[in-house]
Design a protein around this ligand. Structure first.
Ligand SMILES: Nc1ncnc2c1ncn2[C@@H]1O[C@H](COP(=O)(O)OP(=O)(O)O)[C@@H](O)[C@H]1O
Ligand SMILES: [Mg+2]
Length: 259
């Protein structure tokens, strides 16, 4: 049965899509069968993975127009179900009872075929993000190491607590991944302390691995490649590889604790 992990935060530009892409590529390179689902109408993940956004998207699957199997695109760095701007209509079009459980239901049919399903979301707790949270068993909060993201971290946790009660009692918060990290500045050290304090209050933790600010991430995405492939020796590629190992052992230990 696959793990389903959502990248969630109320803040834009915090590294959700970049992390979704790195996890998809990195776990695929480790030999896992990975599916990414792009739930953001901006389609940044779709673009970054080099897939055309004009065809069938997750929106067509959620409306019931298309079978989920016919929406999967294969790449050598993982499978993806794409997004495009029609997803911007989701809050208007996906109505009725059970609207938050559509993704959970359609993914059920694929869970035996994938080791890992990664959900990239948008910084807004609308119907698509609620669908992601209802379908997931784990959440990662990516946060740019700045004070605005620190403020939004608390609000994201408040939302997650509400979702936990209302939609998905099994949802686990795996932790907070700091991105755009500049290790050698006083500002970052101060912020790290504040993030750690807030994480403790929220009953979670900051991952040991932190993703350093690395310009070639943007170049890689412009070239529709992931950073692990594009520049495997870059700071960010090393950090994402360390994060993938850290996450893998966290998931395994969690499974052991449950079983
Ligand atoms: N570690 C990093 N170093 C430098 N730039 C980064 C890093 N992580 C992400 N970026 C860039 O920051 C911008 C926002 O990242 P993105 O993953 O799209 O955030 P989100 O999906 O949360 O909006 C993108 O242009 C991306 O290339
Ligand atoms: Mg994004």
């Amino acid at each position: 049965m696959s793990d389903i992990i959502a990248l969630i935060t109320k803040k834009g530009g915090s590294g959700k899509t970049t992390t979704a892409q790195a996890l998809t590529a990195g776990f695929t390179a480790k030999g896992l069968k990975v599916l990414a689902v792009d739930l953001d109408g901006q389609a940044n993940l779709t673009y970054s993975m080099g897939v055309n956004a004009d065809g069938v998207t997750i929106f067509d699957v959620l409306t019931g127009a298309v079978n989920i199997r016919d929406a999967v695109h294969h790449t050598d760095r993982g499978d993806i179900i794409t997004a495009n701007s029609r997803l911007d209509l989701a809050d208007m079009k996906l109505t009725g009872a059970g609207r938050n459980l559509l993704l959970k239901n359609v993914l059920e049919g694929l869970r035996l075929e994938y080791d890992l399903i990664i959900l990239d979301t948008l910084p807004f707790f609308g119907v698509l993000t609620l669908n992601a949270l209802a379908a997931s068993n784990g959440v990662i909060i990516p946060a740019k190491a700045d004070v605005f993201n620190l403020n939004m971290f608390k609000r994201t946790c408040d939302m997650l607590n509400s979702v936990h009660q209302a939609l998905n009692a099994d949802l686990k918060l795996y932790g907070v991944l700091l991105t755009h990290f500049k290790p050698n500045t006083k500002n970052t050290r101060d912020l790290l302390g504040l993030f750690e304090q807030e994480a403790k209050e929220q009953g979670t933790h900051i991952f040991n691995s932190k993703i350093r600010e690395t310009v070639s991430i943007q170049t890689a995405q412009a070239m529709q490649k992931d950073i692990l492939t594009y520049q495997p020796k870059s700071n960010a590629a090393q950090d994402y590889n360390a994060f993938i190992d850290e996450l893998e052992s966290l998931i395994k230990n969690g499974d052991n604790n449950n079983g």
